[in-house]
Design a protein around this ligand. Structure first.
Ligand code: PMP
Length: 336
C-alpha cells in the first residue's frame, strides 16, 4: 500500500476503467480515466497542482502565500484543496449568480470566496478580470507572494497532462492505445495528453458540446445549439491549446451524451458529470470511425454528486425539455 506524504501527493495515477456498454456497442475497448478519483473529485486537481508547483519553483509563491483564481468550478476546488495541503491560502472569485451548491463547495474546500456581479468579459469587473486585478493588488502587500492561476493561458495547466495523464495512459495500456478523446474547457487536458501521445501514433480527438465555438475553429463547420454540461466549451485558442491540433473533431449534442451518463448509473454503477457524457459519446464516434478492435481512452472528468440540482434533477430536466430516466423520477413502484 502507498502512503502519500500529503493530499497533494494523492493527485493523479488514477485507474482506467473499461466502459462495458460503449465497448460492446462499438466492438472496441473504450476505457475511462477515473479522474473523479482525485482528492477533489475532478481532473482539475492535476492542473491545480501543476500551476502551484510551477509558481513555487519560479519563486513566486513562498510558504503562506496566496493563490487567486476566477472560477466557479472544479479548478477552484482543486486549487483550494491542493493549496491548503501545500501551505497556501486560496481566494476564489465567482459571479454572484452561481448556484449555492457551487459556492458551498468552494467554501468546503477551504477557499475564501469573493462574489462579484455577473458581467461580460469586456467589463473590468468580470470575475476573471477581477481575479487578475485582485492578485496584482494583493501582491503589493503580501511578501509571501500572490499568484493568479490563470488556468486558460497558463501552460503549467497542460504540463500536468504532458507529464502525468498522457504517460499514465501509455503505461496503463502498455502502449496499446489507438485513440484519445475529450472535450475542451481550458484545453489543458486535450492539448497536454495530445502533446504526450500524438507523436506515438495515437489519434487525438475533440468532443465538443453544442454551443461551443472550438469545433468551428478547427473544422470551419458551423455548429450551433446549447448544452447543460458544465466546465467545457470554448470560443478561442487558449494559451493551453496553442501549438496543438486534434486529428478528429466531433460535435456532440446533449441528447446523445445524457443518456450515456444515465445508463452508466443504472448499468455500470458509475455516476458522472455531464462533460464525461460528452467525452464517452465522442469516444463512441471515434470508435466507429477507427473500426472494431481499437482501444480508445477518454476522461471521466468529475463525479455526478456535483450536479444534483441540474443534471440529476427531474424538474430541471423537464424544464429543459430533456428526457428523464425512469429510475430518477422517484415514482412509487408497484410491489408484485
Ligand atoms: N470537465 C469538467 C467537469 C471540468 O470542470 C473541466 C475544466 N473546466 C473540463 C471537463 C475540461 O478540462 P480542461 O480545462 O482541461 O479542458
Amino acid at each position: 500500500m502507498t502512503i502519500h506524504a500529503d493530499l497533494a501527493h494523492a493527485v493523479g495515477n488514477t485507474p482506467l476503467l473499461k466502459l462495458r456498454r460503449a465497448s460492446e456497442e462499438t466492438g472496441c475497448t473504450i476505457l475511462g480515466k477515473c479522474e473523479f478519483m482525485n482528492p477533489g473529485q475532478s481532473v482539475k486537481d492535476r492542473a491545480a497542482l501543476s500551476i502551484i508547483k510551477d509558481a513555487v519553483e519560479r519563486g513566486d509563491l513562498k510558504p503562506g502565500g496566496t493563490i487567486v483564481e476566477g472560477t466557479a468550478g472544479n479548478t477552484g476546488i482543486g486549487l483550494a484543496l491542493v493549496g491548503a495541503s501545500m501551505g497556501f491560502k486560496t481566494i476564489i472569485v465567482i459571479p454572484e449568480t452561481q448556484s449555492q451548491e457551487k459556492k458551498d463547495m468552494i467554501r468546503l474546500a477551504g477557499a475564501q470566496l469573493v462574489q462579484v456581479p455577473a458581467v461580460p468579459y469586456k467589463n473590468p469587473n468580470n470575475y476573471v478580470k477581477y481575479s487578475g486585478r485582485l492578485a496584482e493588488e494583493l501582491s503589493k502587500s503580501t511578501p509571501e507572494g500572490v499568484i493568479w492561476a490563470n488556468q486558460f493561458d497558463n501552460t503549467a495547466n497542460r504540463q500536468a497532462h504532458i507529464d502525468g495523464t498522457g504517460p499514465e495512459i501509455w503505461q496503463q495500456t502498455d502502449g496499446r492505445v489507438d485513440g484519445f478523446i475529450c472535450a475542451v474547457g481550458t484545453g489543458g487536458t486535450l492539448a497536454g495528453v495530445g502533446m504526450a501521445l500524438q507523436d506515438k501514433g495515437v489519434k487525438i480527438g475533440l468532443a465538443d458540446p453544442e454551443g461551443s465555438g472550438i469545433y468551428k475553429l478547427y473544422t470551419g463547420k458551423e455548429a450551433g445549439g446549447d448544452s447543460i454540461t458544465e466546465g467545457i466549451g470554448q470560443g478561442r485558442i487558449t494559451g493551453n491549446l496553442e501549438g496543438f491540433t486534434p486529428d478528429l473533431c466531433y460535435k456532440i449534442p446533449d441528447s446523445e451524451a445524457l443518456p450515456i451518463v444515465f445508463n452508466l448509473v443504472k448499468e455500470e454503477g458509475l455516476c458522472l458529470g455531464g462533460s464525461s457524457g460528452i467525452n464517452i459519446a465522442g469516444a463512441i464516434h471515434m470508435a466507429r470511425e477507427l473500426g472494431p478492435g481499437h482501444t480508445i481512452v477518454t476522461i471521466l472528468c468529475d463525479y455526478g454528486n456535483r450536479y444534483q440540482s441540474k443534471l440529476f434533477n427531474p424538474t430541471f430536466l423537464k424544464e429543459k425539455g430533456l428526457p428523464v430516466p425512469d429510475w430518477m423520477d422517484g415514482s412509487p413502484q408497484s410491489i408484485p
